[in-house]
Design a binder for this molecule. Structure first.
Ligand SMILES: Cc1cc2nc3c(=O)[nH]c(=O)nc-3n(C[C@H](O)[C@H](O)[C@H](O)COP(=O)(O)OP(=O)(O)OC[C@H]3O[C@@H](n4cnc5c(N)ncnc54)[C@H](O)[C@@H]3O)c2cc1C
Length: 490
């Protein structure tokens, strides 16, 4: 939907609402509203909060954006709809893809960690608590990935909340961004809703990390809704035997991916597995295909599969509440069937049970927000670099079909994070990049985190210097990112 259509929808609601509100019977009483009518909300006085930087959405990108903003010494608010931080990293994915270039598929190419900064600081903290596999090198399936970084999802929530608290980020959890206050090209405030009531968060700079692009859409930014991915609700499956799942896949000549790393405090243990479905028993294969189940899993615990993914393609965009409601039920039915499948076919999993589900379904994309630059598939696949790049990245989710040229990296231009038509709204995460093949790289967790660091840093520098986003000197941004351990090629 384009900005104008979104606004027209809002105006339509207002006009119809007014008619309904003014409707009255011949005796002068108000007519009771009917199904399909509109109701006009009375205006409300909202308490105002004031910050330098407001980050909307405390997920994969938002956590890092808030840490990066606070590191510049500005007053930072993080507004998150759920009761914890971490987002899709803790609910949907398999492993964090990827801190490294895809060197293994390219003989002679150097192994390089291309993402460090705040994303690596989170990993360091998790490692100190035994809650991460480490950057485990792939033994098998390295055409797809070179390392596997698996995490304990519950510890990720705690660790990120603790890091945010230590950084003096003011967290507003269980708080939803529901509107925007705009004056010309400037976003003045984000309107929120929580049990504390409605509030208005005013700031100099805003970063939209809601994955859905809620703040940008409320602010009137242009967007599209490509609906080009399946939605999912993955499960954590407990009471399983990792080694026996490995043997099951091996015995059917089906093992396609294998990585070993830290698991239950011991190094050299299996932390990632995937099987080729067509090689597995016919009934397993048929049922798994029907319920959209993938055989890939990661773990950092002896008796736990951190993620078993159930996928479902919606006919409409996941911004459609009613379609999503149907999918929530359908995916929970599929989860129950997935457990049965493991119990029946995979030795060591006879008494498996679901230990974790996501509180709501996970999306790979909803709105795609129009920014000053749209990263193209050629930019990604050709490994292009830009004079205003804010980090480099070297992973593609469709490898080996699509790779970054020669196992190298491409640069993320600053412009790709600047929301068009606004002077002080950045975005980071799965909500940028319209091309599907390019998005298959930019949407990944570690790229989303790196975008968060760049956007949060830029937002803070602009707040400090009272600049609009397009006036921020690149040299200052680059120096600050380098100080905070962001890697560049030259
Ligand atoms: C099933 C699945 C499997 C995946 N597998 C992998 C994988 O193996 N490896 C990999 O690297 N990537 C994987 N991805 C992709 C990756 O996980 C996501 O693209 C990435 O995590 C997106 O980060 P984000 O910050 O944009 O969104 P999120 O991490 O989802 O964060 C958005 C946050 O905003 C909050 N929010 C939303 N709306 C509002 C609002 N209005 N007000 C306040 N808060 C709001 C949400 O609660 C959430 O916490 C997978 C994705 C899915 C769905």
């Amino acid at each position: 939907m384009k900005r104008r259509e979104f606004h027209q929808a809002a105006i339509g609601l207002g006009t119809a609402g007014l008619a309904s509100f003014l409707g009255s019977t011949s005796r002068g009483e108000e007519a009771p509203p009917q199904e399909g009518d509109w109701y006009m909300e009375p205006p409300k006085k909202l308490p105002v909060r004031r910050f330098d930087v407001v980050i909307a959405g405390g997920g994969t990108a938002g956590v890092v954006a808030a840490l990066a903003a606070a590191a510049q010494g500005v007053k930072t608010a993080l507004i998150e709809a759920k009761g914890y931080t971490g987002g899709t990293v803790t609910e949907g994915g398999t492993a964090l893809h990827s801190f490294y270039n895809l060197w293994k598929a390219f003989p002679g190419v150097e192994k390089r960690q291309v993402i460090r900064g705040f994303p690596q600081k989170i990993i360091d903290r998790l490692l100190s608590l035994g809650a991460c596999s480490g950057h485990a090198e792939m033994e098998k399936g390295f055409n797809y990935d070179s390392v596997c970084t698996a995490i304990d999802t519950e510890m990720y929530k705690l660790v990120t909340m603790e890091m945010l608290a230590e950084a003096a980020v003011e967290m507003f959890l269980n708080t939803m961004v529901v509107g925007a206050i705009r004056d010309g090209n400037r976003l003045l405030g984000a309107v929120t809703e929580s049990r504390a009531g409605r509030e208005a968060f005013f700031a100099h700079s805003f970063v939209d990390c809601t994955a859905y692009g809620d703040l940008a859409a409320f602010a009137g930014a242009d967007f599209t809704e490509p609906n080009d991915y399946a939605v999912a609700n993955s499960i954590g499956l407990a009471n399983v035997n990792v080694e026996k799942y490995y043997e099951f896949l091996e015995s059917h000549d089906a093992l396609t991916e294998l990585a070993r790393g830290l698991r239950s405090g011991q190094d050299g243990q299996i932390v990632r597995l995937e099987g080729r479905l067509v090689n597995l028993p016919e009934d397993f294969r048929r049922e798994a295909t029907e319920i959209g189940m993938s055989t890939v899993t990661t773990t950092v615990h002896d008796n736990y599969f951190m993620f078993i993914k159930l996928n479902l393609k919606l006919p409409v965009s996941p911004t459609n509440r009613d379609a999503v409601t149907w999918a929530e039920l359908e995916l929970r039915r599929r989860q129950a069937r997935a457990v049965e499948l493991f119990r029946k076919y995979v030795p060591g999993c006879e008494k498996a049970f679901i230990a974790r589900t996501a509180p709501r379904l996970n999306i790979r994309r909803a709105r795609c927000i129009r920014c000053d630059y749209d990263v193209t598939r050629e930019d990604v696949l050709e490994g292009r670099h830009f004079p205003d790049e804010v980090f480099v990245y070297g992973f593609h989710d469709m490898a080996p079909r699509y790779q970054i040229k020669d196992g190298g990296t491409y640069g993320m231009p600053y412009r790709a994070l600047c929301v068009s038509g606004l002077d002080n709204l950045w975005c980071a995460g799965m909500l940028i990049t319209s091309d599907f093949v390019a998005h298959m790289s930019t949407r990944n967790t570690v790229c989303s985190m790196a975008q968060g660091q760049a956007a949060g840093t830029a937002a803070a520098l602009c707040a400090q210097q009272k600049l609009t986003m397009r006036d921020l000197p690149y040299k200052l941004l680059r120096q600050t990112l380098e100080k905070d351990d962001v890697v560049f090629e030259s």
